[in-house]
Write a protein that binds this ligand. Structure first.
Ligand code: AMP
Ligand code: GLY
Length: 427
């Protein structure tokens, strides 16, 4: 098969590797890719969505896998264009990807289908926002549009809420747009991924990411400084509730609303005292959760996605390792406020040579002397184990071998939130 993966980050490196390791003789392509991805996949002669889809048509690509979300909602939409040209696509059309692109759309969908989520109202002005908050704190404020990961504020008091309202409505930092005023939920967070094929779905291994830059969940939010994945992350009983009360009703809701869906669907959940509730949907796999989950997936991911894109759910093609996987992200100097490039990276070959861990590249490039940093989150080291402790130890030992100037990493990935042993303990 000719398979093309869309994206360029750590998640796409993990997807490309999983597809490359699938049985069968596949020709892999990636757009736009990265130096590391293009060691496994061939580059594509395209520079935008239109030319990409045209390239796929001319080159008779058998399967397009959407890694990142941006192309799903851009212009006519990646999946919509693929469909027009008869190219099987693993990723939803633009109208369904609104579940991720618009928080207001997602909230209305959740309410319409009776899926557990925080109560919320949508407002369009400062006055309406203040009225909706009604002096009740804590409250969560969510800008309804693209805000480069800065659009959500969990506000413990009036001062933080007023500061965020000022950014949204007075200074219009994110441009024009509406705001969700949402009930503040509490409990451990968990990311659940389902492969959705029309009215059917298969739930993958759950994961939990670590969003803050600093140990102890301190400091600003980032794209993700690490993740831990395991079937044992949540009890069998809670996982069943998640499937019955959230995943299955979501898939049924998509069908009822006439929203076609074939691809990964990401449920950002909070395990509250009242049961699991949806915080957000994403129309793709998580990053860095994908890097943690993929090493636990055995079988034939390439064929699974190909069958799914064609409308056939084939769970028998995949198996999930029952153990644990821990993913430690290494970020460049200055991240997340800024980022630095051009620092020489050492230790990658040593880590890969042990066979005990995998290195997934995100912000790296090939320099004259080998791998160097290319800004932001540079790479992730991932290791597994039968127990969480084994996976934690192996991942951090492997991460210790990677060196570059200004390297930032958290040493509590896989440990924080598990102080009581088994399931995650706190938010
Ligand atoms: P989002 O951008 O929607 O993923 O939200 C970013 C983070 O804000 C989440 O990972 C949660 O930690 C937090 N968050 C979002 N919604 C809520 C909520 N209703 N209650 C408490 N925390 C929330
Ligand atoms: N790990 C969070 C995300 O992928 O959005």
């Amino acid at each position: 098969m000719k398979i093309l993966v869309v994206g360029k980050g750590g998640r796409e490196h993990a997807l490309v590797r999983a597809v490359a390791e699938s049985p069968g003789d596949h020709e892999l392509y990636c757009f736009p890719g990265s130096d590391a991805i293009l060691e496994l996949a061939r580059p594509v002669g395209a520079d935008d969505l239109g030319s990409l889809v045209e390239w796929m048509r001319v080159n008779e690509v058998d399967l397009c896998i959407a890694g990142e979300e941006s192309y799903l909602v851009k212009d006519e939409g990646l999946a919509n264009l693929c469909r027009q040209h008869g190219i099987p696509c693993w990723g939803p059309p633009k109208e369904s990807a609104q579940l991720e692109a618009s928080k207001e759309f997602a909230k209305a969908f959740l309410e319409r289908h009776g899926i557990p989520t925080g109560r919320a109202v949508t407002v369009g002005s400062l006055e309406e926002a203040r009225k909706a908050i009604a002096g009740e704190y804590p409250v969560v404020l969510k800008f309804d549009g693209l805000a480069a990961g800065k659009g959500v504020a969990v506000c413990p008091d009036e001062a933080t809420a007023e500061a965020f309202l000022d950014e949204v409505f007075t200074r219009q930092r994110f441009g024009a747009g509406r705001l969700l005023v949402e009930e503040c939920l509490s409990g451990p967070e968990v990311s659940v991924f389902a492969a959705v094929v029309d009215e059917g779905c298969l739930v993958f291994t759950p994961a939990r990411d670590y969003k803050r830059i600093g140990e102890g969940d301190e400091g600003p939010n980032t794209g993700g400084m690490g993740a831990v994945a395991s079937r044992q992350l949540v009890s069998a009983e809670v996982l069943q509730r998640i499937e019955d009360e959230i995943v299955v009703p979501t898939v049924a809701g998509l069908v009822a609303d006439g929203l076609p869906y074939r691809g990964f669907l990401y449920f950002g959940l909070m395990l509250t005292d009242d049961g699991p509730k949806v915080i957000e949907y994403n129309c793709r796999f998580g990053d860095p959760e994908c890097q943690a989950v993929m090493p636990l997936v055995e079988g034939d991911l390439a064929d699974f996605c190909h069958a799914g894109a064609g409308g056939e759910l084939k769970p028998e093609l995949l198996r999930f390792d029952e153990g644990w996987s821990v993913c430690v992200v290494m970020a460049s100097a200055g991240y997340p406020e800024g980022s630095r490039s051009g620092d020489r990276i050492e230790g990658i070959d040593e880590v890969e040579a042990t066979g005990a861990a995998r290195v997934y590249h995100a912000g790296t490039r090939r320099g004259a002397d080998g791998w160097e940093t290319n800004g932001g989150r540079v790479m992730a080291v991932v290791a597994g184990g039968a127990t969480r402790e084994q996976a934690v130890e192996a991942a951090h030992a492997a991460a210790d071998q990677i060196r570059f100037d200004g390297l930032q990493r958290r040493r509590d990935i896989g440990k924080l939130h598990f102080e009581d042993g088994g399931a995650p303990t706190s938010a």
